[in-house]
Design a protein around this ligand. Structure first.
Ligand code: ATP
Ligand code: MG
Length: 413
């Protein structure tokens, strides 16, 4: 026998038994985001590597360790690890800065990150996300968080925790970074290797380090008091308090997490995550924030923006699964051409119908119908002669004879 070829490590097939739930997530996205004024955008899966180096930030784990990058015709190309950079590229390239603001865009699709595969973490995974351009006011922050919460609610997930934080603006954040570096300097040798590397380039990222010895250091009173100090400037503080006020008024239950810094470089002011208690250690379903300088950094005009992304595999594992619906009908007949014709006719009227292509014994066909369908649509010699069909309700076992043109009415009511 020929050798079996397996799926690549960290990637998964989405199998037919799960597709109803996937399509449900996609349909709800279309429906909810449409109501919130978002238009779908589909950008390519491959982009210039430079887009992510500049757009996501070359001090991030994503760019440093997780990208799938290859050369083609002397160009460095990367499989997108996230979609915000691609959406911003397209926003600039297609002149959307000239449209009336806000410009609201949503996307869904596969992302690629070379990470250690584990529960809730794959190398090809799927995200659904929203990006809103052009509004700097805190009402936009509240609105995008509300959009995320409404989408989650539409999936039956309304028991998740929303966490918010403000990273301030480049000015106040810079001072905070310096203070963190100062206070951690005496402990440098005791930090983990990753934190030592982050210390110079991206000191805020130290705060969400999961290594126990680092966490112990951050717990020291003189260090903790700096980490938890209020560092954001007056303008940023006002923005942040408005966001919280609007969320409260809209009935969004949230908590503040000072250690929420997010992995990406481009965020400023509001950042947020939505978490579940039922996902183990990969518990974040949604991450997002404001990125007011990204459009400009990628060569566009200065346009403020804010957005979020959700991991669809993690949503999938939280959603209540319903069993696949049964067929509307199964045509039971030993007259194949008639069975085929009736099946065609009913399908064209919108019913999900099958017939027995192997022309097995009548009783076998009835058994199959009972397994697969709500109704057996029986087409015997008499029925063909009289232009009728017999319809057996397979739940109640009642059977009636109806005119052929009344099948749809009988089944669908
Ligand atoms: P994490 O801390 O879990 O690595 P992240 O900060 O890298 O998350 P984002 O870049 O904010 O994640 O992506 C948004 C969402 O996409 C995450 O909240 C998560 O639900 C999902 N996600 C991220 N990486 C993966 C992955 N490798 N496999 C599955 N889902 C993922
Ligand atoms: Mg990650």
């Amino acid at each position: 026998m020929a050798k079996i070829i397996n799926v690549i490590k960290g990637t998964k097939d989405i199998l037919p038994q799960d597709i109803d739930t996937w399509q449900f997530m996609e349909q709800q996205a279309l429906e909810v985001f449409n109501r919130y004024g978002y238009k779908e955008i589909r950008t390519p899966i491959i982009e210039a590597t430079e887009l992510f180096a500049r757009g996501v930030g070359d001090t991030t784990d994503i760019v440093n360790k997780e990208m799938y990058t290859f050369e083609k015709s002397e160009k460095s190309i990367t499989l997108r690890p996230e979609n915000t950079a691609g959406v911003v590229r397209s926003f600039i390239e297609n002149g959307m800065t000239r449209q009336t603001f806000p410009v609201k865009l949503w996307y869904k699709g596969p992302m690629f990150r070379y990470e250690r595969p584990q529960a809730g973490r794959q190398r090809q995974f799927h995200q659904v996300g929203c990006e809103m351009f052009g509004i700097k006011e805190p009402s936009a922050d509240a609105e995008v968080i509300l959009t995320a919460a409404s989408y989650l609610k539409s999936l039956g997930l309304d028991n998740l925790t929303v966490e918010v934080n403000s990273l301030g603006c480049p000015t106040c954040r810079e001072k905070y970074k310096q203070r963190i570096k100062e206070v951690l300097k005496p402990e440098f040798e005791n930090l983990c290797e990753d934190c030592q590397a982050r210390y110079e380039k991206n000191p805020l990222r130290l705060l969400d380090c999961k290594v126990e010895s680092c966490q112990k250091i951050f717990e020291k009173p003189e260090i903790k008091s700096v980490i938890y100090s209020d560092f954001i400037c007056e303008d940023c503080a006002e923005h942040y308090s408005k966001v919280k006020e609007y969320l409260k008024q809209a009935g969004v239950v949230y908590s503040e997490n000072k250690l929420l810094v997010r992995g990406l470089d481009y965020y400023n002011r509001t950042v947020f995550e939505i978490k579940s208690n039922n996902l183990g250690s990969q518990n974040a379903v949604c991450g997002g924030g404001r990125y007011d300088s990204l459009v400009e950094n990628l060569g566009g005009e200065s346009v403020p923006a804010i957005g979020w992304a959700m991991g669809m595999e993690r949503l999938f594992s939280l959603i209540q699964k319903n069993p696949s619906p049964k067929l509307d009908g199964f045509v039971v007949s030993n007259y194949t051409p008639y069975a085929l014709m009736l099946t065609q006719e009913l399908r064209s009227k919108g019913l999900c119908v099958e017939f027995d292509m192997q022309n097995k014994k009548f009783t076998k066909q009835l058994e199959k119908a009972a397994k697969l369908a709500k109704y057996a649509i029986i087409l015997g010699e008499d029925e063909i002669k009289n232009n009728t069909v017999s319809i057996k309700n397979l739940e109640t076992s009642t059977q009636i004879n109806v005119k052929r043109e009344d099948v749809l009415k009988t089944i669908k009511g």
